[in-house]
Design a protein around this ligand. Sequence first.
Ligand code: B12
Ligand code: SF4
Length: 456
Amino acid sequence: MVGGVAGGTVLLVNPRTKANDRVVNGYPNFGLLSLASQVPAAFQTRLMDAQFYTAQHISSAIKESDIVGVTVRMDNCAHAKELVAEANENGKRVVLGGPHATFMSREILVDEKWPVEGIFIGYSDVSFRLWLGGKDIKEIEGSAFLHNGDYRLTAQPILDPNKIAPPRFELLGDELQQFLQISKQQFPQGVEKLDYYTYNFCVYANSQKSRCSFCSVPRGMEIGGKKILTKYKSAESIWSELKAVGERFGVMFFYLLDDSITGNRKWLRDFLEARPKNFAPSFYCYGTGGELSDSKTVAILKELNVNLIQVGNESGDDEILRKYCCGKTSSEKNLEAVANLDRVGIGVFSNFIIGFENETEESIRNTVELAKRTAQFGQTKYVEVGPMIPRSGSRVFYQLINHPKLKAKYAGKVVFDANELLVDWVENFTNVSVGTIQKAIDEISRQFGTAMRRSI
Ligand code: B12
Ligand code: SF4
């Protein structure tokens, strides 16, 4: 089919992950919400988080739509593939987006030949809108498609988040109340939380030198050969959007989904200074140990009413932190970060990964030790420790799939099994066994009674 679209019903689906077979996730998919908010008025839009629906419900929604858009992460890829096949069998126009589709566009289009018109690369708010408005996908910046059977990938456009329509939370329909209820049960404060993205990007992913080896974000910022994500959404527009949605739905707790807003102290201060006088919600956000070891940053977060922060400590081993993480931290700084947050009364959600490249029994001991020490602080609400899973887009993923012993096994694959990737990684890139990693995870979990624990 040549050309874009002119009207009809657009269905945007967030596929189920394996772990998501039953309802567990209290997070509306912000990417799909943002896309849905850009859809031209000539269209009807429906958002569906597959975790809330039976297969029959989803089938009916597909049948009633003209265009099906699916968001693809590595963890929901198997269901994404099934949905694409079903939509295609029903004669619908299908497009994809999201991190895994962005990283694996060649494999999806050329190797596995998913029946889709194309893939939108990276932040697609503008490109998707242009396509819906009638522009041929082949002429849109930030797309991957087949042209006469040949694979093409165009560079992503630089998104100016100030020029896109604000998120229309009402488009979540009945799902919104379900998400609010789940978040209320999941959070220690027992409050309803809404998710929001400020388009404020990870400073480390912007620098050539320091890039966390397990993270997909740095690569996601330059796919198609052009560095993107250089513009921030203005503090004023963020506050006015938060205020509008907060007042409309009675929500005073927001989860800032951005990868790491704590790396940009100036932005944080400007954001704080722009806060409206009569609106002071509380926040949950991410930060790295290195950034939060800076007490000035922590003081701003406190003033901003951040009451829970997910701290990427990652490891307790200095050599690993230097080589495979952002390079701006150490075990001492990581501990200082937790101590800083504890001192001002900000709740800590402390995160670790075990199974880094060259991980040894000794480096694992260092991580276990640090995890136990962070767990001793009164403000530590959760400790999460997981094994290294090489996910698409990350440095470790490409190391793994290009390993001479594994190249043939992984060539052209789109759907991956996380356990299999883990086992292959541990065997070929570390000095320990999967059993040793599991033991360390168990040890940390035992130490910290309420620890959330990802199993292997
Ligand atoms: C916040 C977040 C979460 C939150 C989700 C909250 C929410 N409301 O969605 C939570 C904590 C729940 C979470 C969980 C997980 N996450 Co997460 N998460 C993120 C994070 C930091 C931001 C996502 C976000 O909201 N971005 C903002 C929006 C605007 O962008 P977006 O979602 O990508 O959508 C845009 C484009 O991708 C595109 N697009 C997306 N879908 C589609 C579909 C169509 C049709 C089109 C046209 C375009 C399009 O357009 C959108 C608008 O611009 C990203 C990192 C990142 N910067 O992307 C990781 C990230 C997406 N997560 C990741 C992972 C691994 C996970 C987990 C598997 C972790 C785990 N071990 O449990 C789980 C899986 C959860 C699940 N059910 O699938 C990886 C994915 C890697 C991969 N290759 O797939 C990322 C990239 C992080 C990383 N460091 O590598 N995550
Ligand atoms: S893990 Fe966090 S700090 Fe490291 S590159 Fe990814 S987003 Fe940036």
